[in-house]
Ligand binder design. Structure first.
Ligand code: C2E
Ligand code: MG
Ligand code: MG
Length: 598
């Protein structure tokens, strides 16, 4: 029954005056409702609709009545959604959720909220369903407002909360159908850097490009959401079970790499993207949304650690590692205040005179239960959590105080190396701290040597040049640490005020048998010398290695052959005794370790 507007008003007035019959009351209510209403029989055929429903579907009344509602609700590819609706209705008698009716204008982008209730007569057999449809923008109920907020304004993708909702819906559907789900979290590598260096507008553009490419990689039944600043979540609903799920999700991950590997044109620049992806599967890995998301993050973390363009499936061992890391992180937070951190010092010896010229301060953590923990195990955690910032400051201060203490003892002056983490560059006023500490301890700035890795400067070259120039202006020495492990070349490094270059120990390990390594070290030393830099080789363990390095004109060495890192008192003792590296002619066939007191 179609009413024109005059009839509708008349009916409404009649109704308000209390002169309307029950049956007409229903018509009035229906026709005045801004919600689209349809009465559907158990086969899904539409028996009656109201005006609002026809308007929302952009169809005349007559063409809709008699049609099957299933064909209106959604795109035909949304098979999983339809199955989910039918199944829930027959089980619970009610379903509600968002749909994109394909008849609606701009159906891909028009989301509507649909409620379907089974009408249960006294015999308990479902004969009819009542469907209520609301346009998300018109109906401003709290549910709908939440739905609107659930879209990321920049990419128009779902936000984290909507993603979680969808994941939960998918989990209940998958449980009923004994299906698998794949949850992927993708992280853009170095996006912050792109955002900061190219400007936020182009950064935003980049996120939109990524969003569009991700949508292209997925089926319509899958979802993609922006769940963090540069993190995207993807939900794969229609995947095989067991090992098939692994194959399916791995395939999607590779497809995503390929899609994102194409450089993006931002303004006048071509920008290349690389991503890390963590994948977890339902039901194998977990059965609730919270754990699944946590698993995907854990797997992502592993993928990130393995370098660029990497994906990782979640595993139980990963969860165990994550748990251990978490435990370590919380005890590391208290390590400083409980006085569990100590600085050890590893001597650096001149290859010509054999004398101790310097020492590198290396941090040690004495855990009350686990004993001594190597920095290789906890520095990465300190860096991830930002704890390296206060720890790093403590290291600078403690090392400088030690230099001052040695000075008072009237020992031969040595230069002490302190490792600086990249994060200290980004988050801390390192220059200010160094100035303060130099003033506080009154030491000669040249007795402090800051070791920086290539990766720390390559993150943000201009900033690094500025900071390093200010440090160098204070008279403090600068060394490049672990040289050869990063991507930088000596020609890049000549723009920095480094006085010393430390060759990473990986080049030294096989130097006696590997001519390639020997040639590389030879070239590094020659180039460093041409730039007037001092060369220290790290990780020297054998006499054979020492002989090669001497022949290559390396200046200094630091390694177990002479001494490992020792507590400050032990280094004091060494300096007092004037312990030195024997010259080649004095080293006989006897056990070299015995000779040097190991
Ligand atoms: P690094 O700065 O390259 O320090 C040299 C590492 O090589 C030290 O390990 C040292 O004990 C080890 N080493 C020295 N000679 C030999 C040798 O002959 N053979 C072998 N196998 N190893 C040798 P350590 O003390 O475990 O430190 C590991 C890394 O932890 C350091 O590498 C540095 O990157 C970081 N680290 C240590 N202390 C600090 C600190 O106070 N702050 C920061 N940011 N990082 C630190
Ligand atoms: Mg170092
Ligand atoms: Mg090193």
């Amino acid at each position: 029954m179609v009413m024109n507007s005059k009839e509708r008003t008349d009916n409404l007035v009649e109704f308000l005056n209390g002169r309307t019959s029950e049956a007409r009351l229903l018509d009035v209510l229906l026709e005045n409702s801004r919600e689209g209403v349809a009465l559907v029989d158990w086969r899904g055929n539409i028996r009656r609709i109201n005006r609002a429903f026809a308007r929302m579907m952009h169809q005349p009344h007559e063409t809709l009545e008699g049609k099957n509602i299933v064909r209106l609700i959604s795109h035909s590819e949304d098979r999983a959604l339809l199955e989910e609706i039918v199944e829930t209705l027959w089980q619970d008698g009610y379903w509600s959720g968002n749909i994109r009716p394909w008849l609606a204008q701009d159906s891909k982008n028009t989301e509507m909220f649909l409620k379907i209730s089974a009408i249960l007569p006294s015999n308990g057999k479902i004969r009819f369903f009542l469907c209520q449809l609301s346009e998300i923008r018109i109906l401003r109920s709290s549910v709908v407002q939440t739905m609107e907020q659930a879209r990321d304004p920049l990419t128009n993708l779902a936000t984290r909360s909507l993603f979680v909702d969808r994941l939960e819906q998918a989990i209940s559907g998958a449980k009923r159908h004994r299906r698998s789900l794949g949850v992927l979290i993708l992280d853009l590598d170095r996006f912050k850097l792109i955002n900061d260096s190219l400007g936020h507008e182009l950064g935003d553009e980049m996120l939109r490009i990524v969003a569009a490419r991700l949508i292209q990689c997925l089926r319509t039944s899958d979802s993609v959401a922006r769940i963090g600043f540069d993190e995207f979540g993807m939900l794969l609903t229609d995947i095989d079970e067991g090992t098939g799920a692994i194959r399916n999700s791995g395939f999607v991950a590779r497809k995503i790499y390929d899609a994102l590997a194409r450089p993006a044109i931002l303004g006048s620049q071509e920008v290349e993207l690389s991503v890390a992806i963590g994948i977890t599967l339902f039901p194998q890995d977990a059965q609730d949304s919270e754990t699944l998301l946590k698993n995907a993050e854990t797997a992502l973390d592993h993928a990130r650690r393995r370098g660029r363009n990497n994906y990782q499936f979640f595993s139980a061992e990963m969860a165990e590692t994550a748990r251990k890391r978490f435990a370590m992180e919380s005890s590391l937070r208290h390590a400083m205040e409980r006085d569990e951190l100590k600085l050890y010092y590893q001597p650096q010896v001149d290859l010509g005179s054999g004398q101790v010229m310097g020492a590198e301060a290396l941090i040690r953590w004495f855990h009350p239960e686990k004993g001594m923990i190597s920095p290789a195990d906890f520095i990465p955690i300190a860096e991830e959590t930002g704890l390296i910032v206060p720890i790093g400051e403590w290291v600078i201060r403690t090392a400088c105080r030690q230099i001052a203490a040695w000075k008072v003892m009237n020992l031969p002056a040595i230069r002490v190396g302190v490792n600086l983490s990249p994060l200290q560059f980004q988050r801390q006023d390192v220059v200010g701290i160094i100035k303060d500490v130099l003033q506080e301890t009154g030491i000669d700035p040249a007795s402090l040597d800051l070791e920086i890795t290539e990766s720390a400067i390559m993150e943000d070259v201009e900033k690094a040049i500025r900071i390093l120039a200010s440090i160098s202006a204070l008279g403090v020495h600068l060394s490049i640490d672990d040289f050869g492990t990063g991507y930088s070349s000596l020609s890049q490094l000549r723009h920095f005020p480094f006085k010393t270059l430390k060759i990473d120990r990986s080049f030294v390990r096989f130097i006696t048998e590997n001519n390639g390594d020997k040639a590389i070290v030879n070239a590094i030393i020659a180039m460093a010398h041409s730039l007037d830099q001092n060369v220290i080789v790290e990780g020297l363990e054998t006499e054979g290695q020492l002989a090669v390095l001497r022949a290559l004109n390396c200046n200094q060495m630091q390694g177990f052959l002479f001494s490992a890192a020792v507590p400050p008192e032990e280094l004091t003792q060494m300096l007092r005794e004037g312990r030195r590296l024997p010259f080649p002619q004095t080293v006989g066939s006897e056990n070299i370790n015995q000779k040097w007191g190991h």
